[in-house]
Design a binder for this molecule. Structure first.
Ligand SMILES: *[C@@H]1O[C@H](CO)[C@@H](O)[C@H](O)[C@H]1NC(C)=O
Ligand SMILES: *[C@@H]1O[C@H](CO)[C@@H](O)[C@H](O)[C@H]1NC(C)=O
Length: 192
């Protein structure tokens, strides 16, 4: 575990993605103390976000990759044990040309031996607009591809600290030629 973190820190320094010791003002110890002390007086804010996930399963800009499976995954129709990693753009519309406003990064794990059922562990990050840099952490179970799916939002960061709510996913379209999928998402949540 320590080794993994050490590797991450070294990587972060190399990539300069996390300049150490330069926390942004709202994340200093004092600012966070103040934020927590004010919490009993703070009113939860209700937020609604609407966007589309563009999942590309083929082509040069593939957004979902299988990374692991068990030695009997291929024998089961449920594909139990298969693990995908995703990094997919969030766009304001269903058109590929529409503006990208965020990304969803995470894991899809086939976690049922009976029928195709995915454990989804996703980080949503806003990359544009007033909430830029804020994240939502989502953990859910995807069991029926034909229906709306409700995934719990378990928390958030930045503007979305202590987020609680749901994201509803709905398959908007599947391109029969490529297999690429567009998923419509509606996030509705409280945060402070
Ligand atoms: C892949 O992404 C690159 C960089 O954003 C873009 O220039 C290119 O057109 C994309 N290719 C396809 C097939 O979408
Ligand atoms: C999978 O691997 C386990 C552990 O090595 C082994 O006992 C088992 O027989 C293997 N199953 C198949 C279907 O190959």
């Amino acid at each position: 575990m320590a080794t993994k973190w050490a590797q991450f820190v070294i990587l972060a320094i190399l990539l300069s993605i996390a300049p150490l010791g330069q926390a942004i003002p709202s994340q200093t110890e004092e600012a966070v103390d103040k934020w927590f002390k004010n919490l009993p007086h703070a009113k939860p804010k209700y937020e609604k976000l609407h966007f589309f996930i563009h999942e590309l399963v083929t082509g040069p800009n593939i957004t979902i990759v299988p990374v692991a499976k068990s030695n009997f995954t291929d024998k089961l129709s449920s594909r139990f044990g298969l693990v995908y990693v995703i990094d997919e753009p969030l766009k304001v519309g269903a058109s590929p040309d529409s503006e990208t406003i965020g990304r969803v990064e995470g894991l899809d794990v086939s976690s049922s031996k009976e029928k195709l059922t995915m454990l989804a562990a996703f980080n949503f990050v806003v990359t544009k607009g007033q909430h830029k840099g804020s994240t939502l952490s989502v953990l859910g179970r995807l069991a029926d591809y034909s229906d709306n799916h409700e995934f719990p939002i378990l928390g958030g960061s930045g503007d979305f600290r202590l987020a609680q709510g749901f994201i509803v996913f709905k398959v908007y379209s599947v391109d029969p030629a490529t297999g690429n999928v567009i998923v419509e998402c509606r996030a509705q949540f409280l945060h402070y």
